[in-house]
Write a new protein. Structure first.
Length: 150
């Protein structure tokens, strides 16, 4: 996916098993953020930044939706532990991460593996991708601030 593309209509299922569609957010800007794993330091910092600034994001017309390949049960625990006010898509079959181009080979300590690249898509009111924030530019502790300053 690239800037100017229409985001997929079917986004997946949230932590409660409810199907989430792009059209659910019609008329609103959507922060669709992909992160590697629930309960890890960077992913928790990013989620908490979005949580702490959620009211301001909504005031500026944004809705927030997180995505990882963790299952719904793990998402529920993550949401409860950190009091997240937004839903998380459980992309266990990796459909959305592959559609969006964020499932890729990664490397840690010389070991190569497949994983989710931390990426945020800003999608406009008509469902078109306006901005893509790449892994190297995302500051997990101030991610909401980065979005609010766009």
């Amino acid at each position: 996916m690239k800037v100017g593309d229409r985001a997929p209509e079917i986004l997946g299922h949230d932590e409660n098993g409810r199907e989430i569609k792009l059209s659910d957010f019609a008329g609103k800007k959507l922060v669709l953020y992909f992160y590697p794993k629930d309960m890890t330091a960077g992913c928790t910092a990013e989620a908490c930044s979005l949580r702490d600034n959620y009211a301001e994001l909504r005031k500026q017309g944004y809705e927030v939706l997180g995505v990882s390949v963790d299952d719904a049960q793990k998402h529920q625990k993550f949401i409860e532990k950190h009091e997240l006010p937004f839903s998380l898509i459980a992309d266990t079959d990796k459909t959305l991460v592959q559609q969006m181009g964020v499932w890729a080979e990664k490397s840690m300590y010389g070991r190569k593996y497949m994983g989710t690249l931390r990426t945020t898509f800003i999608i406009n009111e008509e469902g078109i991708i306006e901005r893509i924030m790449q892994p190297k530019e995302i500051k997990t502790k101030n991610h909401a601030g980065q979005i609010l300053s766009l």
